[in-house]
Design a protein around this ligand. Sequence first.
Ligand code: AMP
Ligand code: MG
Length: 423
Amino acid sequence: MTLSCFDLGERMLSVDETLEALAAMTPPPVATHRVSLAAAGNRILAVDAVSPVNVPQNTNAAMDGIALAWPDDAPAGDMLVDLVGDVLAGTRLTTSLALGEAVRITTGAPLPAGADTVVMSEQLADIGIPNRIRVEQPERVRRGQNVRQAGEDIACGQRALGAGTRLRPQHLGLLASLGHAEIEVFRPLRVAVFSTGDEVTAPGESLPPAGIYDTNRFSLQGLLSRLGCEVIDLGILHDDLDSMRVSLAAAAREADMVVTSGGVSVGQADWVKPALTAIGELGLWRIAMRPGRPLAFGRIHQAEGVTVPFFGLPGNPVAVMVTFLQFVQPMLRRMQGEHDWQPLRLTALAAEPLKSREGRVDFHRGIYTGDDAGQLWVRTTGRQGSGILSSMVAANCLIEIGDGRAAVEAGTPVTIQPFGDLT
Ligand code: AMP
Ligand code: MG
């Protein structure tokens, strides 16, 4: 039986249990479409890319110089070679070379039949006789050197990239090298984002006496667009049950996921939970982590039998980013078709004692460096309050202290999640 958020009750969940429950409740990936290669960056490949050609197509020269048909008897002393033609990149010679014969060749040009070795220009000396050339230091020439074999990068019929790959620049180049002008990718996810709170004020407006500028909508938009999602920015919701209910239901009609921040505690002005209960199902999760409690996850009924996943993130700006990275990100990546993504984790030595508590995972904002011996060290950015967003700005990683550890002493190993392509 899969764990559902709706029967987890009020029990405190571990981070691992939360991840497992979310994985079980992730909707299947969205539909796919064909896009031009130029528009495919950061999208997820929907099919395996199998090469219809050898890359490179021909066995070719890796250097400018001569392509030589290795003579039967390797020369002792001077090596004089007969030149029987020129092969420039983009041309090919259809005749084949006899043993000991050579052609002048440029980098990338196909080796003529019979040729198997390339000697670079710097090793050749003009001896004043047309079509004859001397190879200097022939003892340094190895048969087969400076030759790129046909198909040595990717062989015809080989699976070059697997479905589920997020396309980075090197993937785009590789797909182009196979001759693909278009490729099948998952369509972009549409994610609706709200902030909540009567005190939360849009930047650009004057700040009321008890106001705070809206931080979370902008950090969330940044995270989402770097993930390749289309952001539907729905502004700031008042702490009011009816408007929240109506706005969330409307958002779910146009989005693949709805994300809010704030209003999920159990204070008087926390309306996310009742609003969701009215239009879907909501689990309010107490997760054994810091920062990041509480987190709401649920689904909004969109149409008969169709639901849209919902995350109600905490209000504090650091907690928003940490919970997004740990919980929202894996679900979005799966919905985008990137099925086996895991955050990068490395081990570093703590450069200072780190506070934590047994029974919960602590995420500190950290700065890691490498020393001359190749050892990674990590220290915190200083004050770690969940409202101190400058800690995220100063950091280059999250320090993840597992729930089995009461404290981390200086000089002991600790797990870090280096900031990756989102942060
Ligand atoms: P809440 O859970 O709504 O009580 O929010 C917790 C804390 O986060 C409060 O201090 C809020 O003012 C703050 N907060 C909530 N939403 C935002 C936001 N969008 N930008 C900055 N701070 C926020
Ligand atoms: Mg609030």
